[in-house]
Design a protein around this ligand. Structure first.
Ligand SMILES: [Zn+2]
Length: 209
């Protein structure tokens, strides 16, 4: 499989981009990798990059976007922060990927058993982790208000994973409010913004489109 070029990127639509990532995760689950020569891709991408998607995911070592979507060099922009939330810098990175570099899809990818989400559930306080976890607190609060779960700590995986799903949904909402650039691109059908959650026990990605 070749790295994307300006020409192949131009043939990608938001829906086709989503299909590419879905098929990539199917291959990953079956342990079928697309045939890629990464060293050749270094050479192919040396003059420029034409990625078709931006993936915002967690720093979790079990969820590297390129691997779980079976993508190569120059295929996706990978934005990572613990808890996959957005702020000014993250939105700037995503806007660059779409508006400047031509990507057609934004995926906000949460995951099960997320340590950042667990920390937010437990109200962990530690150095810069405290303000970081405050970005995930709205999801904890939203789930807490409607959940019948008695244990709302990190010990309850049902609660923790419900917060991961909610965090993805709220992150997308916030993205559309805080980034008029991305909102306008989506309204014009130039990009698609979708949520997804990766299951660390199966390798399967649940797309929320
Ligand atoms: Zn995580």
């Amino acid at each position: 499989m070749k790295a994307h070029t300006k020409e192949t990127q131009a043939t990608m639509t938001p829906q086709k981009s989503l299909q590419f990532l879905k098929e990539g995760n199917e291959r990953f689950q079956k342990n079928l990798k697309a045939n890629r020569n990464l060293l050749e891709q270094v050479n192919d991408t040396s003059d420029g990059q034409f990625p078709f998607a931006v993936v915002l995911s967690c720093i979790d070592s079990r969820v590297p976007a390129e691997l779980v979507f079976d993508q190569g060099l120059g295929d996706i922009f990978s934005v990572r922060v613990a808890g996959n939330f957005v702020n000014e810098d993250i939105l700037g990175s995503i806007e660059y990927g779409c508006k400047v570099a031509g990507s057609k899809l934004v995926v906000v990818l949460g995951h099960t058993a997320c340590g950042a989400v667990k920390g937010a559930c437990d109200d962990v306080k530690l150095g810069n982790i405290t303000p970081m976890l405050s970005k995930i607190k709205p999801a904890v609060k939203a789930v807490s208000e409607t959940s019948s779960e008695k244990d709302q700590s990190s010990a309850n995986s049902t609660f923790v994973n419900a917060v991961s799903y909610k965090n993805v949904a709220l992150t997308i909402e916030k993205m559309k409010v805080d980034s008029p650039v991305l909102k306008e691109m989506e309204d014009n059908n130039e990009i698609l913004i979708v949520g997804a959650v990766y299951d660390v026990s199966s390798g399967k990605i649940d797309f929320l489109d």
